[in-house]
Design a protein around this ligand. Structure first.
Ligand code: AQP
Length: 332
């Protein structure tokens, strides 16, 4: 039994990419590992959200975690800002992280874009805080979508740098857990870019809160090509939109992409999209209904968040004390 840590930013509602790439796997892993599922509001601050909206989003994500199957009796759900040890460890790590390591991070390059000089320090230092998020719990496994792999690799490098600097194997190197199906769900409008909260087109993604009619409309409008579905993924190499929709169906129906290609070989996308709509609604509509009822009970949500934060704080403080001793701080 290892220990899991993962999180999502409360920067708007969740989408199918977050579900298939991350949360669905958390639900499976929580049976095998002690699990900490964080709502990473400190990371969200890099986008300077409106405070009222941030509060709504933090509770909205807590509700989405529970509705999607995270069991608050077994797993700890909490806001990152409730455990100040994340920031304290991030500073120790910042002093061990060469700028060259951060300059390689592709997510910073993508998010900062041409405005690099105006991007805030928080966005640049984000992966260092993420390393602290994981390692303050000495987590052994980090279930994520593929886009986060580089950041977990950096967390491993930072853990190694700490161990070398202080001459002790204190941190085990955390292992990224990336499932094969739906590791990277792509936009419904462009099969070469990631489904993402910040895409300006709402038709690019399916939200947790989309009702069945909206899901049907978005799937109907999803970009495809005129050719029929081929019998193998290999035969559709240059058809990213087609492969994306088939991949989403495979993940939602717990099948491999190969099985789905065989099942729909020769079909048109018009027919396939009906099946995809039904399958998406079957999985996502019960989650939406549960979110709606959880959001009606803020007291319950806050009790869960407090319980998670209390446990997270206890473990994080224990590790922080050990780390402070190792780096040479004194207790006063
Ligand atoms: N499209 C995706 N496919 C598979 N997994 C995905 N994840 C996000 N998008 C996809 C996974 O969801 C978890 C939470 O990620 P995050 O909080 O860092 O959110 P994000 O990556 O910032 O999500 P977005 O939608 O891409 O937000 P913006 O647009 O703000 O950047 C992670 O495990 C991630 O891999």
């Amino acid at each position: 039994m290892g220990r899991i840590f993962s999180g999502i930013q409360p920067t708007g509602g969740l989408h199918l990419g977050n579900y298939l790439g991350a949360i669905r796997n958390w639900v499976k892993f929580q049976d095998l590992h002690e699990s900490f599922f964080c709502i990473v509001d400190l990371h969200a601050l890099t986008t300077l959200p409106d405070p009222k909206q941030l509060r709504l989003d933090i509770r909205g994500i807590a509700a989405a975690y529970i509705a999607a199957g995270i069991d608050p009796e077994r797993s700890y759900i909490f806001p990152q800002s409730a455990v100040s040890a994340h920031c304290e460890l991030a500073w120790v790590f910042a002093c061990l992280t060469p700028l060259g390591w951060l300059n390689r991070m592709t997510q910073f390059k993508e998010k900062a874009g041409k405005q690099r000089e105006n991007a805030n320090l928080g966005l640049y230092a984000y992966p260092v805080l993420q390393a602290a998020d994981i390692l303050i719990y000495k987590a052994t496994h980090v279930p994520i979508g593929e886009d986060q792999k580089q950041h977990v690799e950096l967390a491993r490098d930072i853990a190694g740098a700490f161990n070398r600097q202080y001459g002790i194997e204190y941190f085990e190197l955390p292992v990224p857990l990336i499932l094969k199906t739906a590791a990277r769900v792509m936009s419904l409008r462009d099969g070469t870019s990631k489904m993402s909260k910040s895409d300006p087109s709402d038709y690019s993604r399916i939200h947790f809160m989309d009702d069945p009619d909206t899901i049907a409309l978005k799937v109907r409008k999803a970009k495809t090509d005129p050719d029929p579905i081929a019998g193998t993924p290999g035969a559709m190499e240059n058809r990213p939109e087609a492969l994306n929709l088939l991949g989403i169906y495979a993940a939602l129906s717990d099948q491999s992409l190969e099985e789905v290609c065989r099942q729909f070989e020769g079909s048109t996308f018009a027919l396939f999209k009906k099946n995809l709509t039904d399958q998406t609604i079957m999985v996502m509509e019960p989650i939406r209904q549960r979110i709606l009822s959880l959001l009606d009970d803020q007291t319950y949500l806050d009790t869960i968040l407090k319980k998670g934060a209390d446990k997270a704080r206890e473990l994080a403080l224990q590790h922080l004390n050990e780390i402070q001793e190792m780096v040479g701080f004194i207790k006063v």
